[in-house]
Each structure stands twice: as structure tokens, then as C-alpha cells.
Design a protein around this ligand. Sequence first.
Ligand SMILES: *Cc1c(COP(=O)(O)O)cnc(C)c1O
Length: 469
Amino acid sequence: MDSVLQHDLNDLENILDKAKQNGIDFLNNLENVPTSNKASIDPNRALNELGLGSLEALKEFNERLAPLMVSSPGPRYWGFVTGGSTPASIVGDWLASVYDQNPQAVKTQGGVSALIEFETINLVLQLLDLPTSFLGGFVTGATMSNFTCLGVARQWYGKQFGKDFAKNGISETIHILTANAHSSSVKTLSMLGIGSQNYTTVKTIEGNREAIDIHDLEKNIKNLNGKPFILISSAGTVNTADFDDFKAISKLKEKYNFWWHIDAAFGGFAAVSDKFKHLTEGWEGADSITIDCHKWLNVPYESAFYLIKKEHTNLQIETFQNSNAPYLGNPLENFNYLNVLPENSRRLRALPVWFSLLAYGKKGFKDIVENSISLALLFGNELIKDDTFELLAPIRLNNVCFTLKGDHNQDKVAQFLTTLNDSGKVFMTPTVYQNRKGIRASFVNWRTSENDIKIVIEEIKAVAAGLDL
Ligand SMILES: *Cc1c(COP(=O)(O)O)cnc(C)c1O
């Protein structure tokens, strides 16, 4: 063994203690870590011939790399849809590295950690009040979950024509209908060889809505003259957290032949609250659902899962089976994750979710979700008390989409946001909603409190005053 490695091995306890202390120092100071910073590095560091050992590497990390870190898991990082990491999720994440399992099979020599993934999926189904007719698995994010679901939808589509697209490639025009597919689903259409432009946009409900207009959907379906199609629907659009009407879509499913996918990356968590559960009513009728965990479940990055109806498992295996590895046996008899999703080797990605669900239970997540939503309302109300701002849409859930009041201020929105983000106290992201430039604040983090709203409103007022708005 290399002598530096040997030294690290002998010093393991001390090394892990130092890493733990590093983590504690960062997390305990999170309130003061800026949400944006101007630090930079020259990324062309030369690789040393002789290793430094873990402790020296940690020292260099603290000197050069740690200053690059922003308060992304902190309470005022409201850009995109960004969750944080709860204590239990960090435990699960750390232990996933320590145990370093590769969850694949549920019944084999050499490891059965996939059973932990099965158990975790069963727990999230209970959290979200979904039936066990779904088979689920973990992927890196909602993008890969959409990819997995729509990959199986593509195979289903071919089967409607007696074709095997997975084996022979796409030989039919695939019809896709959607009103407000997330950009990641569109990216997925490109990755799947369907083509990122090859979908039909259905109208949204009149007025300030991003949800599918069901009448226009049915009109589009009729235009297909009985041909099958794939419907990409939304549980939580990113601008205004709008939901498609899943009960109405379920009814259409009784009349027409289509694959129904729901991107519920963050909005699916509405189901944990009695107050907001109605938004997801009927979603159990979908063929596939995407859920992100590194958003509202507040686990560290690279965690999402897909849910695909068990009746489609054969199509899923046809799409993802690792067929060049005969030693795996018959994929239908011996369940193995590498035959049902994009990756082969994976980390034990379910573990942070498993720890979170056991540690905080249904009540913990209901509280996180309801707290986020009430903070979104509070922030929105505080904003419009000031005549400088207006909401671009009503606050339906946890996202606030707003802008500077008046069309004459449209060209100042970008400068306002840049100046606000430069303060390092809050981070929000720009958007365009109904042809107007706006700003999004998304409330997802378990740490966010009323005091954070106060801090941000003060900063917003100061920035607006500084820009003479
Ligand atoms: C965030 C998000 C995605 C993409 O998720 P990643 O985890 O970044 O891959 C997809 N759909 C919706 C609705 C989202 O909010």
C-alpha cells in the first residue's frame, strides 16, 4: 500500500473527526454564509506526484475551495427550487459513502441493498398517499427521472404499433401533448431521440393560469384521429406552481389511449398536507410520476425518484435492460435495478431519504411544506405592501413570481435582481412570465423562518431605494 494511504488508514478516526468538525463549522455558520460571492480560483492546479494525505487536502480545501461555497442549503437561497439538507439526511448521505454499496439486485449473493431502496420507495408512497401499484427507483434528479419515465413511454408508444423502439429505433412519429412541460422534459425529448421540438403545445386555462385547458386538450386529442400519444402534465410549474387537473385527465384516460406522465418534482409534496392535497387528487391514475428529493424533501443533491406503474415493468426492462451481461440471468425473474433505469452502478442513493422519513415522519414533512407555503404568502403580502412591486400571478403554493410595478420598469428588473443578489443576503432567479420579466422566489428550505422574510424585505427596500425605484 502506498505510504500516504497507509498513513491515512492509520489516522482514519482523526481524519473523519476533522471532516465532521468542518461540516459543523459550515452548518452552524450558515446564516452568515453569503448566498452569492465573488471568490474564484484558477482551476488549473497541477496534480502533485506525491499525495498530500487527507488532512493536508482538507487544509487546501479550506483555503482555496471552501471560499467558493455559497449558502445554498441556507434559509435565504430562494433561487430555482432549492432544498437544504436536514440533519438526518446528512447522516444518510454520509453513511451512503461509508457503506459504499451498489444497490442492484434484491435476491443475490454479493449484496441485497436494493431492498433498502424498495423499502424507501414504499415509505415515500405512504408519505405521498400513493398506491403500491407503482414501482420506483432512485436517480440523480428530476431530469433523469423524466428521462426514465419518458423512455418507458417511448417504448409503450412503439408497442401500440407492434414495434420495439428500444431494439430497432424510432420508426413512427411520436405524438406528445403538453401545456407547460418543464425545460428538463423538453431536454429529455432530445436525449430520447424524439426531438426537443416535436411536441404540441396545448392551451392553458384562460386568465392567469399555467395549467392545461382540458377542452383544448381534448380538441388536440381528437385531431389525432385515434392515434396514441404521450401526455406530459405538471404538478407544480416552476413560475407559479400551477397544477393540471388530474381528475379531468383521469376521465380522459378512460376514453383515449395515451401514456400519462406527471412531472411532480416539487409539487408532489402538496400531497403531504391536508390543506393542499386536493391539488394532487387523481394523480394515482398516471402511468409515471417524477419526484425530486433534493427539493422539498430537503436531502443533499443527487436525489430523485421515478414511479412507474408495475403493469409497465416489461416495457421498462425492454428500455433499460443491460442485455450484454448474461451473468445477470433473466431480468424478469431476478429483479435488478440495472435493468430498469439508466445507470448500472449507483450509490445507495435511497439512504438519505430513508433516514429523513424515519427521523421526521409524516408530521415533519407536513410541517416543512406548510411552513414553506405560509412563508411564500407572507413574503408576497409584504412585497405588495410596497407600491414598487406587483405579483405576476397569485401565490398557489410555495413560489412567488413578482416584478417591478409598471411596464416602464421592465428594463430595470435585471439590474434590480443583480443588485439584490449581490448583497449575498438572498438569492432569487429571473424569469419571464406572460411576456413580462419577473423574479422568482421559491420557498422549500426547512430552515427558512419569518425572520428571513424580514431580512429580505429590508434588503429589497434598500436596493429599490438605491436604484430610485
Ligand atoms: C427542478 C425541476 C426539474 C429538474 O430537476 P433536477 O433535479 O434539476 O434534474 C424538473 N421538473 C420540475 C417541475 C422541476 O421543478
